[in-house]
Design a binder for this molecule. Structure first.
Ligand SMILES: Cc1cc2nc3c(=O)[nH]c(=O)nc-3n(C[C@H](O)[C@H](O)[C@H](O)COP(=O)(O)OP(=O)(O)OC[C@H]3O[C@@H](n4cnc5c(N)ncnc54)[C@H](O)[C@@H]3O)c2cc1C
Length: 309
């Protein structure tokens, strides 16, 4: 029986493990397929306080610190979680373990473009995070793919930095808020191209062009760009916790300010939650809150703000 099982070893999960370990909770950190998580996708973190450099290097530091404070590590994937008196965690290989609390930190999955060059150029000019990577493209030619709020807001953010921003959308109408669409239409650096789908990313070591295709005529056009931002959305998988959590309109796990879900003892942190800003520092901060809440749950102690009442 564990005090806490942490599902996922990105910045949220590893921070939760550091905090749980320091509280001497019997802690298991389940890593999943990618130790370090999405922060490994960027080679230039500029906004993590106290650290600037490659994402994987920062995650190695998190990993070393999580292990130092005594979390047991299990390199496996969680398949499902159920609740009786305690939580039972079932792994993909059929193994089962019990815990008094669970912290969900397994992130989300990006929707893929499914076009040639996507895997080769990911992190080499192709990004799925405009907020994170737009500052890497000052005075460059760029393209944003998508038609929702993330795409439109991303294009506007890029327009403040880049020389040129194409906005490519496969339909003739945007899903984004009308007011944002109107602002984007008035922005001189943005060229909107509707009814076109991306078909291929070209380049050598880094991106040099995006090939797009008119959806009806199939006529192709080459956009000469150095940066491509795929803003076609993310998916949060919640099958493993069906019935234990609530989701918002876009499928994210709803939490309160203390990372609590609707099930006592079940917490969620980072990118998979309803908290809107998906950033390494935010996931880490939420991981620390969840571990402190789990400690309170396991020991029955009061949090400092409750003593004050
Ligand atoms: C291209 C790119 C650039 C970025 N740049 C920045 C930046 O410069 N600055 C910044 O602050 N943020 C940046 N971000 C955002 C940042 O990476 C994320 O906000 C952060 O990684 C979220 O951390 P997380 O722990 O919530 O989830 P993740 O990092 O997604 O970690 C999820 C973990 O869960 C594991 N897992 C998945 N499924 C299972 C399962 N079934 N069982 C067990 N484990 C599982 C995974 O293996 C992984 O270890 C960037 C993101 C991208 C995509």
């Amino acid at each position: 029986m564990y005090d806490v099982i942490i599902v996922g070893a990105g910045s949220a999960g590893m921070t939760a493990a550091i905090y749980a370990g320091r509280k001497k909770l019997k802690t298991l950190l389940v890593t999943g397929p990618n130790i370090g998580g999405e922060t490994n996708s960027t080679n230039d973190i500029q906004n993590y306080p106290g650290y600037e450099g490659p994402g994987p290097e920062l995650m190695k530091k998190f990993w070393a610190q999580a292990k130092k404070w005594g979390a047991e590590i299990l390199e496996s994937r969680v398949a499902s979680i159920s609740k009786g008196k305690n939580f039972t965690i079932e792994f993909e290989d059929g193994k089962k373990l019990d815990s008094k609390t669970v912290i969900l930190c397994y992130g989300r999955e990006r929707r893929k473009l499914n076009i040639a060059g996507e895997d080769k150029f990911f992190g080499r000019g192709l990004s799925t995070c405009t907020t994170c990577d737009a500052p890497l493209f000052p005075n460059k030619e760029t393209v944003v793919i998508g038609g929702g709020n993330s795409a439109l807001e991303g294009a506007l953010e890029l327009a403040r930095i880049a020389k040129k921003v194409y906005l490519v959308h496969r339909r003739d109408q945007f899903r984004a808020d009308e007011v944002t669409v109107e602002i984007a239409k008035k922005e001189p650096k943005i060229e909107i191209i509707t009814n076109h789908s991306p078909v291929e990313i070209q380049g050598d070591k880094f991106v040099k062009a995006l090939i797009i295709e008119e959806v009806n005529t199939k006529n192709r056009r080459e956009l000469s760009v150095q940066g491509i931002f795929s803003e076609i959305g993310w998916e949060t998988h919640t099958d493993m916790v069906t019935g234990l959590i609530e989701t918002n309109a876009v499928g994210e796990i709803v939490v309160d300010a203390l990372t609590r879900t609707k099930t006592p003892g079940l917490y969620a942190c980072g990118d998979l939650t309803s908290i809107p800003y998906k950033q390494t520092v935010i996931s880490a901060g939420m991981g620390s809150i969840a571990a402190l809440e789990a400690y309170k749950f396991v020991t029955g102690s009061l949090a400092s703000h409750e003593y004050a009442k």
